[in-house]
Design a protein. Sequence first.
Length: 170
Amino acid sequence: MMKLPTKTVKTGSHFLILALLITGFSACAQKKPASSKEQPVSQQAKTNKMDWNTLTPEETRVIVNKGTEYPGTGKLLNNKEKDTYLCRRCDAALYRSESKFESECGWPSFDDEIKGAVTRVPDADGMRTEIICTNCGAHLGHVFEGERFTSKNTRHCVNSISMTFVPDKK
């Protein structure tokens, strides 16, 4: 049987390693400072998770698990009514109907969001930019720039299932 060489570790090394580990864990546990983008965008938005709307399994697949609804199937795709699109999970106002346009991509498209309502984050695929509700973090879809569909040169490609629509009161 072959004997493996062993190293002797000085007691001081153990303390150094322990100190580095403790420092590393405490740094990871620090809270990042709150930014204005993390604040609720609407007085109507539900800030407490306990107050969020109950989601169906399909809504959970898209909104929580970052899925995508099938193109052309969303109930808000061809909506032409005027007023506001809200986050399905927390009711925060996201988009106004004036920013909706026809892109023929299979999902509702908007070239602008309500100020502070939508946050952009790098997508897990490393190629796209995901858009989420600033208030609750619900997955909305993706944003694309440079396609020249509108003068704003921006397309928010949003899952219908991630939103509800509140029409103008007549």
